[in-house]
Ligand binder design. Structure first.
Ligand code: AMP
Length: 279
């Protein structure tokens, strides 16, 4: 496995793929502290491509000034071992100083998606995601890039970016991976104490109970949002939002089976968590 820490190294690696006639290049962008959720994307990408690249980059432009950029978990040695075992061809670990300059072209996320839910709660977050991905896609030139439905709105933002910039790659959405007790896997779960982890289970429980209501015919968004909010509050999680949306993130007055995503963002102690369920 090749470890590329500079732009010139990743360019050289990409060039060598080209010279060796490799056509299908898979790509999984990450911020590291890899877990089974990341691994499911990596395994899918390894199985569907001739060569597979993972990037590990805690991208400063997608963090708001008050967020956890400095504290974000970093586990480089374990991440590299996991990638090597999975059959990754190269890992790209750039430095922010080489990715960004003090005079950058402005790449902005869809205005509509940026004004909703995660975009509204984290102003500028999706612009940072689009900025870094445009650069990573240019360097790695993947034929397919894999994104987890854990970050459902991010999938929609990235699909819009690729479609509107006519970028020559396919975005592959991948299933959300949970721990046995239902907690959506996230690098940020490392911040949770054991008591907080119990509270954090209320997110997946709220989604599941709302989905059960839908299955019983209670489909109006107000009832579903109330149910989710009650469960979060009873457990001691601080709700940021709950929502009932279609696959394009338009709010629905009524959930429709096979067309709906239930969304939750909540704070448990100092940790902000998101979860969602596609029903
Ligand atoms: P991150 O390192 O948090 O930026 O995540 C990198 C990629 O892994 C993103 O596409 C995430 O959506 C995906 N991912 C993170 N957690 C999970 C999970 N529990 N299940 C599936 N994909 C995930």
């Amino acid at each position: 496995m090749k470890i590329c820490r500079s732009i010139s190294e990743i360019k050289q690696f990409r060039q060598s793929l080209e010279e060796n006639g490799v056509k299908n290049v898979g790509f999984v962008p990450t911020m590291g502290a890899l877990h089974e959720g990341h691994l499911s994307l990596i395994n899918q990408a390894v199985s569907q491509n001739e060569a597979m690249v993972v990037s590990i980059f805690v991208n400063p432009t997608q963090f708001l000034p008050n967020e956890d950029l400095a504290a974000y978990p970093r586990k480089e040695a374990a991440d590299l071992a996991m990638c090597e075992t999975a059959g990754v061809a190269a890992v790209f670990l750039p430095q922010a100083e080489e990715i960004y300059s003090d005079d950058e072209p402005k790449i902005l996320a869809s205005k509509r998606l940026s004004s909703l839910f995660e975009g509204a709660s984290r102003a500028g977050h999706f612009d940072g995601v689009c900025a870094v991905l445009t650069k990573l896609f240019s360097l790695i030139r993947p034929s397919k890039a894999y994104f987890g439905k854990k970050d459902a709105q991010q999938v929609a933002v990235v699909q819009n970016l690729v479609a509107r910039l006519f970028l020559p790659l396919e975005i592959v959405p991948c299933e959300l991976v949970r721990a046995k007790d239902g907690l959506a896997l996230s690098s940020r779960n490392a911040y949770l104490s054991s008591e907080e982890r119990e509270v954090a289970l209320s997110l997946s429980r709220a989604l599941k109970e709302a989905a059960q209501l839908v299955a019983r015919g209670v489909t109006d968004a107000q009832s579903l949002n109330e149910k989710m909010s009650q469960i979060l509050a009873a457990a001691g999680a601080q709700k940021d939002y709950t929502a009932v949306v279609d696959r394009e993130f338009n709010e629905l007055s009524h959930a429709k089976l096979h067309e709906t995503i239930l969304l939750i963002a909540a704070r448990v102690g100092k940790t902000r968590l998101i979860d969602n369920l596609w029903i």
